[in-house]
Design a protein around this ligand. Structure first.
Ligand SMILES: [Ca+2]
Ligand SMILES: [Ca+2]
Ligand SMILES: [Ca+2]
Length: 237
């Protein structure tokens, strides 16, 4: 019996072992290099939904800059008076305790029409507990906040029309294993939206807190107790 319990514990521990960081980084520079394409929908790593977006190459005829004043970037409000949203094509897996971070560079629209709303966050394949949800960078510091059994989490705010490229970040610790897609979109509907560059989704193995280890150990104990009961039932049947 003890051997079985020890083997179960080792198996569970191996599942909890740190894994290499995963995720997606995309600076959009490989999207049709050299081209500015209105209502672009050929992204390697993103689906476009809720409206349209424009691919911008720097330099372009509109005088719009990408981050670093070179390469390509995205006007989140395309040219159909219906601002769009980029969502990762793939689901990205995470384990319980992993730290998930989404960061991106965003500038104001640099044209007219005033400030623009934008929303960024995550949708989950199945609802999970989101722990220590924290905002940083251009959002200002906020959090940590916990959300339980949630199918998605997002933060919506506005960006000033003339605000230069600023790095925004959202992060949380996963309460359970699962998979997610990350997204960012705008509520701007005048063809003149915030400009996105340097999207980065990072999933890094977390170091369990002492309280989490206690739960893990109690979990193993429960598994052992269940197995002992089962074997006793077999023994006396
Ligand atoms: Ca770029
Ligand atoms: Ca546009
Ligand atoms: Ca706008």
């Amino acid at each position: 019996m003890f051997k079985t319990f020890a083997a179960t514990s080792l198996f569970a521990l191996s599942l909890a072992a740190p894994a290499a960081a995963s995720g997606l980084t995309d600076n959009f520079d490989a999207e049709s290099p050299g081209s500015t394409i209105l209502n672009y929908n050929g992204f390697a790593n993103f689906d476009v939904g809720n409206g349209t977006v424009d691919l911008l190459f720097d330099p372009n005829g509109f005088g719009l800059a990408c981050a670093g004043s070179s390469g390509s970037c995205v006007d989140l409000d395309g040219s159909t008076s219906d601002g769009g949203q980029l969502t990762t094509k793939a689901f990205y897996s995470f384990n319980a305790g992993d730290k998930v971070t989404l960061s991106f560079d965003l500038s104001g629209n640099m044209r007219q029409g005033g400030d623009d709303g934008f929303s960024a966050g995550f949708t989950f394949q199945n609802p999970i507990d989101v722990l220590a949800y924290t905002l940083g960078g251009g959002y200002g510091a906020a959090g940590p906040f916990d959300f339980f059994n949630t199918p998605s989490i997002a933060t919506s705010t506005t960006i000033g029309q003339a605000k230069p490229f600023t790095t925004y970040s959202l992060s949380f610790t996963a309460g359970q294993a699962g998979a997610l897609k990350a997204f960012i979109g705008t509520s701007s509907n005048d063809n003149v939206g915030p400009i996105l560059d340097n999207f980065a989704l990072t999933i890094a193995a977390g170091v369990p807190e002492p309280s989490q280890w206690l739960l893990l150990i109690l979990g193993f104990g429960a598994v052992g107790a269940t197995m002992r009961r089962k074997s006793a039932a077999v023994r006396y049947a």
